[in-house]
Design a binder for this molecule. Structure first.
Ligand code: GSH
Length: 208
C-alpha cells in the first residue's frame, strides 16, 4: 500500500520525507503551498485532517499526525532502524530529544515568528524570548560537543527530529558561528544523500 505524505512547503513535513528516504521507502508526496501573506496552510489540508497542519501521513490504513509520532511509527515498522541505541544512556537521550524538539524547542521559535510579524508592537518581547532560545542553543552546543549525534555515536530519528528547530534557529533565532558544534552537526545532516533526496522530492525548502 502506498505511503502518502501530505507535505506543506517549508515545513516540518520535510523531516518525514527525509526519514522515508533514509529508510528507502516508496512514497507519494501531495504538495500544499503556504499562503504567502499569512504563511498558513491552504484549506485543502483541512480536508485531509481537521487541524489542517502538516505533516499528515497515510500509511497502512491509518492517517497519522504529529511528526514525532509519525517518526516513531516508521521506526517501529522498519524493525527499529534509526531508533534508540542499545545502551541505556543513549536510549534515554534518544527519547528525550524525540520529545524535546517539538515540546520545548519549537515554542520559543514560534514566539519569535509571531514577534517578527508584530513589528514594532512585538519588539519589547523579543529580548526575553531570545534569551529563552539562547538557553536551548547553549545547552545543545554542549551536548553536541560531547557526542557526534544527539543520541550518541550513531545517527537516529532524534537527529531528524532536531533538524527543523535548529534550521529555524539558524534562519531566525541567531544560531551562528558562536556555536560551532551545532553548525558542524547541521552540515553533516545536510550532506546526507537521503536529506538531499528528500529536498528533491519535496521541492524548494528555505531552511536547507
Ligand atoms: N507539533 C506538530 C506541529 C504541526 C504544525 O504546526 N505544522 C505547521 C508546519 S511547520 C503547519 O502545518 N502550519 C500551517 C498552519 O498553521 O496553517 C508536528 O510536529 O507535527
Amino acid at each position: 500500500m502506498t505511503i502518502i505524505v501530505h507535505h506543506l512547503n517549508n515545513s516540518r513535513s520535510q523531516r518525514i520525507l527525509w526519514l522515508l528516504e533514509e529508510l528507502g521507502e516508496d512514497y507519494e508526496v501531495r504538495s500544499y503551498q503556504r499562503d504567502p501573506k499569512t504563511m498558513r496552510a491552504p484549506a485543502a489540508l483541512r480536508a485531509v485532517h481537521p487541524l489542517g497542519r502538516s505533516p499528515v501521513v497515510e500509511v497502512d490504513g491509518h492517517r497519522l499526525i504529529e511528526t514525532g509520532a509519525i517518526m516513531e511509527y516508521f521506526v517501529v515498522r522498519a524493525g527499529g532502524r534509526f531508533g534508540a541505541p542499545d545502551d541505556a544512556a543513549g536510549a534515554i537521550r534518544y527519547r528525550q530529544f524525540m520529545h524535546y524538539a517539538e515540546g520545548s524547542m519549537m515554542p520559543p521559535l514560534l514566539a519569535l515568528l509571531i514577534i517578527g510579524k508584530l513589528g514594532l508592537l512585538g519588539r519589547p518581547a523579543r529580548p526575553t524570548v531570545q534569551r529563552m532560545l539562547d538557553d536551548h542553543l547553549d545547552w545543545l552546543e554542549t551536548e553536541l560537543a560531547e557526542r557526534r549525534y544527539f543520541a550518541g555515536d550513531g545517527f537516529t530519528a532524534a537527529d531528524m527530529m532536531m533538524s527543523f528547530p535548529l534550521e529555524a534557529s539558524r534562519s531566525r533565532g541567531g544560531l551562528g558561528e558562536s556555536r560551532p558544534h551545532i553548525l558542524r552537526w547541521l552540515g553533516e545532516m545536510h550532506a546526507r544523500p537521503a536529506y538531499q533526496a528528500a529536498l528533491a522530492a519535496g521541492g524548494p525548502y528555505a531552511y536547507a
